[in-house]
Design a protein around this ligand. Structure first.
Ligand code: PAF
Length: 302
C-alpha cells in the first residue's frame, strides 16, 4: 500500500475474479447491487481516473482490468513500447476507490495463443481509425467481449462498463456489439479529460517532445472553433479549419470529419456553408512527430 489510499485487491485469473467479485457484491448487503467495470490497458492517467471515478460514483463494487491486448496492436514495435506502469496504475486506481483489479497474463486471456474465433467489427470499423489501423477494432472488440464475459457479476447484480468518449469509434463499436449480440451490460461513455492546455489526455502524449506537444494543440483549437461556430449556429466552414491545421508544419492531418454521433456516418455537408443546426461530432486524427493523436468534440446539444 502506498499513500493514504488502500490499493485494490489484485487478481490474475478469471476464477479468482469471480470469487472475489461475488464476495464483494454479497458483502454490500444491497438487495440488487451493481458492479462497474473499467477496462484498461494500464499506463493510466487522469482520463482513466475519470472512468474509475464515474464507475465508483455509480456502483456498489468497482472492478478495473489491466491487460495490454496484443490483438489490437498492428506493429509488434508498438506493443513492445507500450508503457508498463503497474505500481503507479494500482496507486491511481486505489485513489479512485476501485475495489478489485483484474490483471491477467496473456496465457490467462488467450490460453491457446491467438484465438481462432474473433469478433468482426463490420464496415463501421473500416473507416476513420480503422482505415489507418487494419484489424485494430476486431482485436479490441474481441478482448472487450472476453472481459465483459469474465467480469459478468457471478451473483444477481446490475452490470455497467465504462469507456472514454475520446475513443469515439471504439465506444460506438462497443455499443453496437453489446446491442447486436445482446450482452447483458450497460455501456457508459465518460467525457474526455483534457490537460490545462486543452490537449486530450492520452498515454501517447508521453512520446511528444515539448515542441511537438505545443504544435499538437492545434487539434483541440480546431475542434473548439467548430464547437463555437456550431453553438452560434454559424456555418462550420471546415475549409478554414483545414487551413488552420495546415499552418502547423509538424502536424500531418489524417482526417477531420463531421459525422453523426451515433453512426459515425459523415453528415451531408449542408453545415459547410449554411447555419449549423442539430447535433454532430467533429472527429480528428493527425500524426505529430512520432505519435498519432485522435480527438473529437460534440457540436450542438447532446
Ligand atoms: O481503450 C482501451 O484502453 C482499450 O482499447 C480497451 C477498451 C481496454 C481494450 O483493450
Amino acid at each position: 500500500m502506498s499513500g493514504a489510499f488502500p490499493e485494490p485487491v489484485v487478481v490474475t485469473t478469471a476464477a479468482e475474479l469471480r470469487e472475489a467479485s461475488a464476495r464483494l457484491l454479497r458483502d454490500t448487503g444491497v438487495p440488487l447491487p451493481s458492479l462497474g467495470l473499467v477496462p484498461t490497458m494500464g499506463a493510466l492517467h487522469a482520463g482513466h481516473a475519470g472512468l474509475a471515478t464515474a464507475a465508483r460514483d455509480g456502483n456498489d463494487v468497482v472492478v478495473a482490468s489491466i491487460f495490454i491486448n496484443p490483438l489490437q496492436f498492428g506493429e509488434p514495435a508498438d506493443l513492445e513500447r507500450y508503457p508498463r506502469t503497474l505500481d503507479a496504475d494500482l496507486e491511481l486506481l486505489g485513489r479512485c476507490g476501485v475495489d478489485l483489479v483484474f490483471a491477467p497474463s496473456g496465457a490467462e486471456m488467450y490460453p491457446g495463443g491467438e484465438p481462432q474465433v474473433r469478433v468482426r467489427s463490420g464496415p463501421l470499423a473500416d473507416k476513420l481509425e480503422g482505415a489507418a489501423r487494419p484489424g485494430h477494432f476486431d482485436g479490441m472488440l474481441t478482448v472487450v467481449a472476453k472481459l465483459l464475459h469474465v467480469a459478468q457479476p457471478p451473483v444477481e447484480a446490475r452490470f455497467r462498463a465504462y469507456f472514454g468518449q475520446k475513443d469515439a469509434q471504439q465506444l460506438v463499436l462497443i455499443r453496437c456489439m453489446v446491442s447486436d449480440l445482446n450482452f447483458p451490460v450497460g455501456i457508459v461513455g465518460v467525457p474526455t479529460v483534457r490537460a490545462s492546455d486543452g490537449l486530450a489526455l492520452s498515454s501517447r502524449n508521453a512520446f511528444l517532445s515539448a515542441a511537438e506537444r505545443k504544435a499538437a494543440l492545434v487539434l483541440p483549437r480546431a475542434l473548439r472553433l467548430l464547437e463555437e461556430r456550431a453553438a452560434r449556429h454559424e456555418a462550420l466552414d471546415p475549409d478554414s479549419v483545414l487551413d488552420m491545421l495546415a499552418s502547423e508544419r509538424s502536424v500531418s492531418l489524417d482526417y477531420l470529419e463531421i459525422v453523426d454521433p451515433g453512426t459515425l456516418e459523415p453528415l451531408a455537408f449542408n453545415c459547410r456553408h449554411v447555419p449549423f443546426t442539430g447535433s454532430a461530432l467533429a472527429v480528428i486524427a493527425a500524426r505529430v512527430g512520432p505519435v498519432r493523436l485522435i480527438d473529437n468534440m460534440r457540436l450542438g446539444p447532446e
